[in-house]
Design a protein around this ligand. Structure first.
Ligand code: SAH
Ligand code: SF4
Ligand code: F3S
Length: 513
């Protein structure tokens, strides 16, 4: 939706995030162009340059010798994956990882801006680091991730959190060696945030968490501009990786023995829309990836609007493409969907679900829902409840709407009291729990295939893993089962997990997922 259409749809005109009250320019050691909504809306189809020439400058090698780093990640899978890249760069500089914050020489918070409580967690955490910094002034504390892309956050940190030594944005990760170098030399806060989205750099190092499941980015950014959402501003415009780079990465992970890949993008169904030289879209990518010998391929997140018939056709072929689709609906009311600028109606969503279920009868659907969007009426909320029942989702992630500064929805006047929003969330969560428990019941007595990830968090005697449909299964088995796909007979079905008895390692065939 362009600016004119947005106004035509009765939505408020977005404007710039608040300008800084004070001139902090002396702090800006490097490039700082505050990301802005106005610029974001103007972004066009400039060429995206692909690079594979990242290398750590000779000058910086050994910077981390005898030093350790600690990273805490607050955001989505995309942020988790960025943390793997940041760790890869730090290890390339000679740093060692540590899980103990008190022994780290570099502490990084990889932040999330999606809701206010995500941001508050980060500010709380920064507060805890003040004494650490006082005790050891040589420690470097950095803030990166989506919050760094918000001007108001940068200003708040400058004003109130002088324990922070560096702030760098989501497009600046590759500049980490230079940023650290400057931070060691400088007494001022080093700020390196670009508003213009980065080009795609293919050869950044990564240190993956574990060797069973891996994340693979297929695209960056988001151009959907849902009116409540900060992501299109913090992550920049949509840009897709070239198919051959993705295919090669997945092949390599398969040959390294990884069992499951999750393809990442804020809106994976828009994959390839930005290619002007090839007509290659998400369905084509999935078709190519199915031919790779790796047991499971998932993706997240898909936007209902771009979910096309070709993709459904390819997913229906199954094989390593899992029969679980996360399909955020956000609301069951067409009126609310319209002011959210989701670009589909309740009817369109239900029709899409019908088509998916027809093609993949065994499919499991999960979703995201926002309650208490500005002025959501009781009737509109009831439409969300009825849609939830009608689709029969297995699980939903549910949120109370949180206004994000600079987004169009944040300017909407809202007359729904927080108490009412909380009550709606409780009612929805009750339904989510009930349907989750119901979806689990049929598993009792059945045999499922589980990718074993390791010890259960609650009990080290027990192993845990997930089915293709992402159901958590706990069972006793020899530790040699870790990293393998095994058969488990379910003995008890709970609301959120299943208990079972280990049968044996699966070779090839598939039973219940
Ligand atoms: N790209 C994904 C969503 C990423 S954010 C998609 O479109 O499906 C994950 C979820 O956070 C969203 O689906 C939405 O339900 C929720 N969310 C995003 N912005 C929010 C806000 N301002 N307040 C409350 N929830 C929000
Ligand atoms: Fe945000 Fe997802 Fe909408 Fe993009 S598609 S604006 S990431 S909710
Ligand atoms: Fe949060 Fe940024 Fe992900 S806002 S949800 S970390 S893309």
């Amino acid at each position: 939706m362009n600016e004119e259409q947005r106004q035509g749809a009765g939505l408020l005109k977005p404007d710039l995030v608040n300008p800084p009250e004070k001139d902090y320019s002396r702090y800006f050691q490097t490039v700082y162009t505050p990301p802005s909504l106005k610029d974001a809306k103007k972004r066009g189809k400039e060429e995206i340059a692909y690079h594979d020439d990242f290398e750590i400058d000779e000058r910086f090698r050994g910077m981390g010798t005898n030093r350790k780093f600690f990273i805490r990640t607050f955001g989505c899978q995309m942020n988790e994956h960025d943390t793997e890249v940041i760790a890869g760069i730090l290890i390339g500089l000679g740093y060692e990882p540590t899980d103990i914050v008190a022994e780290a020489n570099v502490i990084l918070l990889n932040t999330c801006a999606i809701r206010e409580n995500a941001e508050n967690k980060v500010f709380g955490e920064l507060g805890h680091y003040k004494p650490l910094k006082q005790k050891n002034p040589d420690v470097l504390i950095g803030v990166c991730g989506c919050m760094s892309q918000e001007e108001s956050v940068v200003n708040k940190i400058l004003k109130t959190y002088d324990q922070v030594d560096m702030i760098f944005g989501t497009h600046n990760i590759h500049r980490l060696p230079n940023i650290l170098h400057e931070a060691y030399l400088s007494k001022e806060m080093v700020i390196d945030v670009w508003s213009k989205e980065g080009d795609i750099i293919e050869n950044l190092p990564k240190v993956r968490h574990g060797n069973i499941k891996a994340w693979v980015n297929i695209m960056y950014g988001c151009d959907k501009f849902c009116t409540y959402c900060i992501v299109p501003y913090t992550r920049g415009k949509e840009r897709s990786r070239r198919p051959q780079d993705i295919i090669q990465e997945v092949r390599q992970l398969a040959s390294q023995g990884y069992k499951e890949i999750t393809l990442l993008g804020q809106n994976v169904n828009a994959y390839g829309k930005d290619f002007d030289d090839i007509g290659y879209r998400f369905g084509d990518l999935m078709e190519d990836l199915r031919k790779i010998d790796i047991p499971r391929i998932r993706f997240t997140t898909s936007h209902p609007r771009d979910f096309d018939d070709h993709l459904i056709e390819v997913l229906a072929k199954g094989g390593n493409l899992v029969d679980h689709i996360h399909l955020p609906v956000q609301s069951g009311s067409s009126d609310i969907l319209k002011i959210m600028a989701r670009k589909y109606t309740r009817e369109h969503y239900l029709e899409l679900v019908r088509k998916i279920k027809e093609a993949i009868p065994n499919v499991t659907l999960t979703t995201d829902i926002i309650v208490g969007f500005p002025n959501e009426t009781d009737e509109q909320f009831e439409e969300t409840m009825s849609l939830y029942r009608e689709v029969g989702f297995d699980i939903a992630y549910t949120y109370i709407y949180s206004p994000r500064e600079g987004t169009p929805a944040a300017k909407m006047i809202d007359n729904i009291p927080m108490e009412v929003k909380k009550e709606r969330l409780q009612r929805l969560n009750k339904l989510v729990n009930d349907l989750s428990a119901e979806a689990m019941k049929p598993y009792k007595g059945k045999i499922v295939e589980v990718l074993v990830e390791g010890e259960s968090k609650r009990n080290p005697e027990v192993l845990a893993g997930y089915t293709e449909k992402n159901k958590l299964v706990n069972f006793k088995a020899p530790r040699s089962a870790i990293g393998k796909i095994v058969k488990v007979k379910i003995t008890e079905a709970k609301t959120w997990s299943l208990d079972g008895e280990f049968i044996g390692v699966v070779e090839k065939e598939k039973v219940m997922s």
